[in-house]
Design a protein around this ligand. Sequence first.
Ligand SMILES: NC(=O)c1ccc[n+]([C@@H]2O[C@H](COP(=O)([O-])OP(=O)(O)OC[C@H]3O[C@@H](n4cnc5c(N)ncnc54)[C@H](O)[C@@H]3O)[C@@H](O)[C@H]2O)c1
Length: 324
Amino acid sequence: MTSNEHFLVTGAAGCIGIWVLRNLVQEGIPVTMLDLDMKRHRLPLLLNDEEIACIQFIHGDVSDYPSVENAIKSSGANRIIHLAALQLPFCKADPVAGARVNVVGTVNIFEAVKRLGIKNLVYASSIAVYGMSEEYPDEPLAHDAPLKPRSHYGVYKQANEGTAKVYLRDDSISSIGLRPYVVYGAGRDQGMTSTPTKAMLAAADGQPYHISFGGRYCFQYGNDTAKAFIQAARADFKGAEVFNIGGDSVSTAEVITAIEQANPSSRSRITFDDNPLPFPPDVDNRALVSAIGPMLFTPLSEGVAETLDIFRRALKEGNITKEG
Ligand SMILES: NC(=O)c1ccc[n+]([C@@H]2O[C@H](COP(=O)([O-])OP(=O)(O)OC[C@H]3O[C@@H](n4cnc5c(N)ncnc54)[C@H](O)[C@@H]3O)[C@@H](O)[C@H]2O)c1
């Protein structure tokens, strides 16, 4: 780690973003956030007022090229973590807006990185670039397994992975793409796979909850996911590779058990639909570890207990609504 780091994080008011901000602020690293969200309501879940005051906020739209270039230039950032996106349900509801934010927004980031000579760029892709479990061998999914997205969102993420490769080929711009799977923890209040975290909020509030999917999947704690993005942004990496992040493959039943253990009064009050997500249940992250070094993963029981603690405190302090 060098002392002249300055991170610019797009979409930093979102779930993964607030964990990235917390890690960087607590390390004392200068950080600028670029986001459309003026409310920034998730930040107080993880950061106190003093910590929030350390962050430079730029209100801007990643789909607008001048906003992106001005934000990078004015911040003086030398590391970029690009998270801003519309999640799967929003892309399904409005594919045109989805393409504008997710595809044009990412091209804008790459173009600005090229014009401004930034060396370290990490961007969020997604597990949604893959097809159905049945289309792959019955083993942890390799990062270079064939991409077969079935949603607008997945197709847009695949396009971004292609954009990264073209910027490498044409302009020698290196980047790392990371494909989160199901991220959980404070701040995860929207998107197709947010219901396990919403169940944790309901449990903290003494309410029942029904999780919308079952099966097995990589369940990635927000803090671990954020650390992976930061670690990747610091890596001396040449290429345009995209990696799976890894972490424990768990079932929804195991998630519910962890919630019940952390909050015994939730016993039998959290239920789930036993239909799996349409993606392979486990991923292989060895290629990522070779590229950026070893990573730490929080055990499920610990991540769930910490999430419940954060939600209990936020409910008490009025920093969160019961819907998230
Ligand atoms: N959370 C997951 O489980 C998961 C899984 C796979 C991939 N991802 C990807 O990781 C990234 C971060 O996910 P998240 O869960 O933090 O998402 P999120 O929905 O919580 O946050 C997205 C953020 O992007 C901002 N944003 C949206 N449009 C913007 C625009 N035009 N300009 C600037 N900011 C804009 C939003 O205001 C929000 O703060 C996204 O790219 C997402 O596709 C997340």
